[in-house]
Design a protein around this ligand. Structure first.
Ligand code: ADP
Ligand code: ZN
Ligand code: ZN
Length: 737
């Protein structure tokens, strides 16, 4: 009996269900337990379904007498190494997230669905031992084969895509193969560098850049903020750090905002490191491609991993540096499911694996700035634009009582005309896509509302539709008022489509390029749309914040911000910070080359103190002032804040649930000056997709006070929730909407 107990093998599995614990199973029938190791996937039966789970631990005991066997082993290799498992467990714990959901979020869709984890998508041509022994001058009688041989002798190997991009023929490859000099092997996918450009040369660093690199020690953990104005050469710093860790035989992880991962970004890096394998991880990839990249990263085969937020959860066995570009960007925070911040996790990952972490931005988040100013992070600066670019001049254009045309003042239109006539480019930033943010009846005041959200429908004239930007509800455009049948219905306010219409008329002889989510289905589409701008011909770019990020367009000399007022009066305490970041980023698109740049900011409130400060003193000073305000108001980042959220079709249920949650938390930790409770209050967008949304806000002096409280209330909620209600804990919440 004693012996039988000792021989029990129990698998603790992370199962993708909304419960914050592991589940015990027996090994699959007929499988030797020796074949199992933590970090592999298995199929398991769960409540009548078959799910993909990850083996987290193998133990000898379970409190449960009756255990089911797992169904089948999926991987014979380990996908999640011990480091990675420890990191994912930390995430589940800190964010009060079900551990099975954390593992699911860490995997690409194909692996989440149980697809096998071995095939490589790309074929690589490499020299055989015999080929490696040849001199550069061999094969003089077959020049094409010789050229390819020389390339391979220099670079080691070439992917099929690189072969094509660099103008080598497949026939030359076959010729070498027939001679036994090369062989094809399967490997990870890597974007080919720019056609024509073999490898881009690194510019000589300026002294500021050199100073930054001198203090970065790549041999151990450190967290640094690189605060550098737009165009100051932060990317160059990233590239040099990557170069260092590659030379040490390690992997580099570069996180970029959702809309920052363009083919242009990838090519810039691929061109610098033509001999290294790069894995891209973002939502624009086909499912198979993404799984390939992920597996290449997790197997340690990809040298450089570039990805959007979820890439932070990819296992990286040889990690050497973590870089977060545009660290202030809101897309690093996951807003549903596992509500993590990839930027914050970057620092945790760096500490766990003892590698340096660099957070870069021209407009740092107040959280990061606070950490830098209090000495928790090292604070590095780039004050000057790199190369010979100058900072742009900024002017405010008052718009109150001005005769605006589709949102533009006559003066601004004149400036746009001048810039185009000089053969340069102008960029117009507009906050809203669509034609107009509302449709209204002039006779009775009716406004087209979304039937499912507390918001208005946006007019998309080209598609003849009214669309909700919160739930994507769509309705055909009406031409009479549904309430009073009047035909006097009018578009209220402006959007990208409306401005485009005017600019197309006014500047008919120039290309007008509209960039927003409606015109750029894919990253490739964005890249293609921007081609004329990159070519340097005079053109007019207009668009939403997709234009604010990352694009380096040296011939843009005028930036117009059509309406700076949007965030000045919001109820969200983070709105001024976000507005400041956006305006500074957009303004930073001007004059990035050798030409001087000018920024025109339209505002109805040119005297508004926030705007004044931002425009006079720049984002750095503006942000430090906001930080003072936050300190005075006892808000993040000087306090830790979490939300307990609930949403339900029945508003009273969500409210009652949160009332009880608050009472329960208060019974554990009574309110005090160190621990404040607020709510339940309705979210800023009170109704979304038919559900009413509320939250309770908990603000604590110490994170350590918040953690146990949130753990207890989560356990309480798992036991008390109404089936039709959704709840979540949002630790370090970024968004009150
Ligand atoms: P940021 O990431 O800070 O916006 P980038 O790294 O994109 O800035 O640099 C802006 C431009 O300046 C790029 O064209 C880049 O190639 C160039 N650049 C960067 N560092 C230098 C340097 N030391 N000398 C000359 N040009 C540079
Ligand atoms: Zn009407
Ligand atoms: Zn809606």
């Amino acid at each position: 009996m004693q012996e039988a107990v000792q021989q029990r093998v129990i698998l603790q599995l992370a199962v993708p269900v909304p419960l914050r614990r592991l589940f015990d199973y027996l090994p699959p029938e007929g499988l030797s337990p020796q074949a199992l190791a933590p970090g592999q996937r298995l199929w398991v039966p769960f409540a009548g379904r078959k799910l993909v789970a990850v083996l987290v631990a193998i133990v000898g005991e379970s409190p449960l007498a009756e255990l089911k066997p797992a169904l089948e082993q999926i991987d014979s290799t380990v996908l999640f190494d011990a480091h990675s498992r420890r990191f994912l467990a930390w995430i589940a714990d800190y964010y009060q997230a079900p551990v099975g959901e954390v593992y699911a979020a860490a995997m690409p869709a194909a692996l989440r669905k149980g697809k096998p984890a071995h095939h490589w998508a790309e074929q690589w041509l490499q020299l055989t031992t015999e080929g490696k022994g040849l001199p550069q001058t061999a094969l003089a009688r077959a020049p094409k084969q010789q050229a390819l041989l020389q390339k391979l002798l220099r670079d080691g190997r070439l992917s099929r895509a690189h072969l094509k991009a660099q103008g080598h023929s497949m026939a030359a490859g076959r010729g070498l193969q027939e001679r036994g000099l090369v062989e094809w092997v399967a490997g990870p996918t890597v974007p080919p560098p720019l056609p024509g450009a073999d490898a881009s040369l690194a510019p000589a660093l300026n002294s500021e850049q050199q100073q930054v690199l001198d203090v970065m020690d790549c041999s151990r953990f450190s967290a640094s903020l690189l605060e550098g104005v737009t165009g100051s050469g932060k990317t160059e710093i990233y590239l040099r750090l990557i170069e260092r860790v590659l030379a040490a035989g390690r992997q580099a992880l570069l996180l970029v905002p959702e809309i920052g991962l363009t083919p242009q970004t990838l090519r810039r890096i691929a061109a610098r490191f033509p001999d290294h394998s790069i894995a891209a991880l973002h939502s624009g990839l086909a499912e198979g491609e993404r799984a390939q990249s992920w597996l290449a990263a997790a197997a340690g085969q990809a040298d450089i991993v570039i990805g959007t937020r979820s890439a932070i959860m990819t296992p990286l066995p040889r990690l050497g540096v973590v870089i977060v570009d545009e660290e202030h960007d809101a897309s690093f925070k996951q807003q549903d499911g596992v509500r993590y911040s990839a930027r914050d996790l970057a620092v945790v990952l760096g500490r766990n694996t003892n590698v340096p972490v660099l957070l870069g931005s021209a407009t740092p988040a107040l959280e990061t700035l606070h950490n830098a100013l209090t000495g928790r992070y090292r604070h590095l600066h780039l004050y000057q634009r790199a190369g010979n670019a100058h900072p742009p001049q900024i002017h405010v254009v008052p718009t109150l009582r001005e005769p605006l045309e589709a949102g533009f003042s006559p003066q601004v239109l004149r400036h746009i005309g001048d810039v185009l006539a000089r053969g340069e480019q102008a960029l117009v930033f507009i906050n809203r896509r669509g034609f107009a943010p509302a449709l209204t009846c002039d006779d009775c005041g009716w406004i087209a509302d979304c039937a499912h959200c507390s918001s208005k429908l946006t007019l998309h004239r080209r598609q003849g539709q009214l669309r909700c930007h919160h739930c994507d509800h769509r309705r055909p455009l009406v031409n009479s008022c549904p309430q009073c049948h009047s035909h006097s219905i009018a578009a209220l306010g402006g959007g990208t489509e409306r401005s485009e219409e005017l600019l197309l008329q006014r500047f008919a002889s120039y290309p007008v390029i509209r960039i927003d989510r409606d015109t750029t289905g894919s990253k490739q589409a964005l890249d293609k749309l921007l081609a004329p701008a990159r070519d340097g011909q005079p053109c007019l770019l207009l668009g939403t914040q997709m234009l604010a990020k990352g694009h380096h367009l040296p011939r843009v000399t005028l930036v117009v911000i059509q309406d700076a007022d949007g965030g000045l009066f919001s109820a969200d305490f983070r709105a001024p910070e976000r507005t400041g970041q956006l305006l500074a980023q957009v303004a930073g698109r001007a004059g990035r080359g050798s030409l001087h740049g000018r920024v025109l900011v339209q505002s109805r409130y040119p005297e508004h103190p926030l705007l004044q400060r931002l425009l006079d003193k720049g984002y750095g000073d503006f942000a430090r002032q906001l930080l003072e305000d936050r300190i005075a108001a006892q808000l993040p980042p000087v306090r830790a804040m979490a939300l307990v959220r609930a949403e339900c079709e029945e508003p009273a249920w969500a409210e009652a649930f949160l009332q009880s949650a608050r009472r329960y938390m208060q019974s554990l930790a009574p309110p005090s000056p160190q621990l404040l409770y607020l709510g339940p209050v309705p979210a800023l967008l009170e109704r979304k997709s038919g559900r009413f949304r509320f939250y309770v806000q908990v603000v604590a002096q110490q994170r350590a006070q918040l953690q146990p409280l949130l753990a207890r209330v989560s356990t309480w909620a798992e036991g008390n929730k109404n089936r039709r209600l959704r709840w979540a804990v949002d630790m370090d919440a970024q968004d009150l909407s």
